[in-house]
Design a protein around this ligand. Structure first.
Ligand SMILES: *[C@@H]1O[C@H](CO)[C@@H](O)[C@H](O)[C@H]1NC(C)=O
Ligand SMILES: *[C@@H]1O[C@H](CO)[C@@H](O)[C@H](O)[C@H]1NC(C)=O
Length: 296
């Protein structure tokens, strides 16, 4: 098995030329797509894809919480919202103090760690509450089950959409930048030897010195533990929601398609190959490029 990058499949440009041009309902098949997006910067790419699918004549339904950082209605898709037990002021205050924590430098080291940790806890509890508000809203879930969707598009970093897809027995299309503990790579069945594949946050490329490779290997060894910590609560949610003994890793490994989005502004160093491609597209003012990754 080799990691095969099939190439740049979908390229969405910032220019609005696509708005009016070719490509409407290019094929006979018009499907129904359910989109369960993730908030924040992750929303941008999923929204672009949802709009484009809708523009091509597919029926696209985006399910979002009533309160979010930036998610909302858009062109060519329908929006379904669900109530959450927090308000916009709370979300804004969490995000504002998030920025404060990053900026503040006149604190002692332990003070900083303490604040940072409290901050991360607030954000993850917001994410968990949001997910539970959708998954444990029985009337909404059964409404979605009746719609006869063909597939689910989601960002599995927050696996709410993946759980909905599993429950409804639908294939999942993932659009993501990556999961810090490499769960995406493992779930997709991709080999990721630490001597060659750089880990998240290390900033390395596929050409590493001996020292870099050692550090990379140590980070790789910590990944199973990181995944446990990151998805601990979601594993419990999965068990309650699905009523079966399945964890997030297992749910993700059933995904049909993995689309890796390479943001030019974030410059995620995957492999040298995609690195080079990313630079090529930057000059063409491309907002983001998507790679289909298949390891089977
Ligand atoms: C849309 O396309 C039509 C015909 O192709 C053209 O006449 C029109 O100017 C276009 N509108 C925009 C906003 O580009
Ligand atoms: C479930 O979501 C619907 C909207 O989609 C909402 O009307 C209803 O109140 C929600 N139910 C619960 C229990 O929150």
């Amino acid at each position: 098995i080799v990691l095969i990058v099939f190439g740049l499949i979908i390229v969405i440009t910032r220019t609005s030329a696509a708005e009016n041009s070719s490509g409407t309902a290019s094929s006979a098949f018009l499907g129904k797509l359910l989109v369960v997006p993730m908030d924040g910067s992750h929303w941008v790419g999923v929204k672009a894809l949802a709009q484009e699918m809708g523009r091509r004549g597919h029926r696209v339904t985006v399910v979002i919480p009533e309160v979010s950082i930036r998610m909302g209605p858009g062109k060519h898709y329908e929006t379904v919202t669900y109530p959450v037990p927090y308000d916009k002021a709370y979300v804004d205050s969490v995000m504002a103090s998030h920025i404060d924590v990053i900026k503040k430098t006149a604190q002692s080291f332990t003070e900083k760690i303490k604040n940072r940790f409290a901050q991360i806890q607030k954000i993850t509890s917001l994410i968990h509450t949001g997910a539970e508000s959708l998954l444990f809203n029985d009337s909404l879930i059964s409404h979605l089950a009746q719609q006869g969707f063909d597939a689910v598009l989601t960002d599995p970093m927050v696996p709410t959409g993946s759980l909905v897809a599993w429950k409804l027995g639908l294939p999942t299309i993932n659009l993501l930048r990556g999961i810090p503990c490499f769960m995406d790579v493992k779930s997709a069945g991709c080999p990721s030897p630490p001597s060659y594949v750089p880990r998240f946050f290390t900033g390395y490329t596929d050409k590493m010195s001996f020292k870099e490779r050692t550090v990379n290997t140590l980070v790789a060894l910590l990944e199973p533990l990181m995944c446990r910590l990151l998805y601990w609560h979601f594993d419990n949610i999965a068990y309650q929601f699905l009523g079966e003994e399945v964890g997030i890793a297992e749910v993700l490994s059933e995904s049909a398609i993995w689309l890796m989005s390479i943001h030019t502004s974030l410059d995620y160093p995957v492999l040298k190959f995609t690195h080079t491609r990313t630079h090529t597209i930057t000059s063409e003012k491309v907002f983001f490029a998507v790679l289909i990754v298949s390891c089977h």
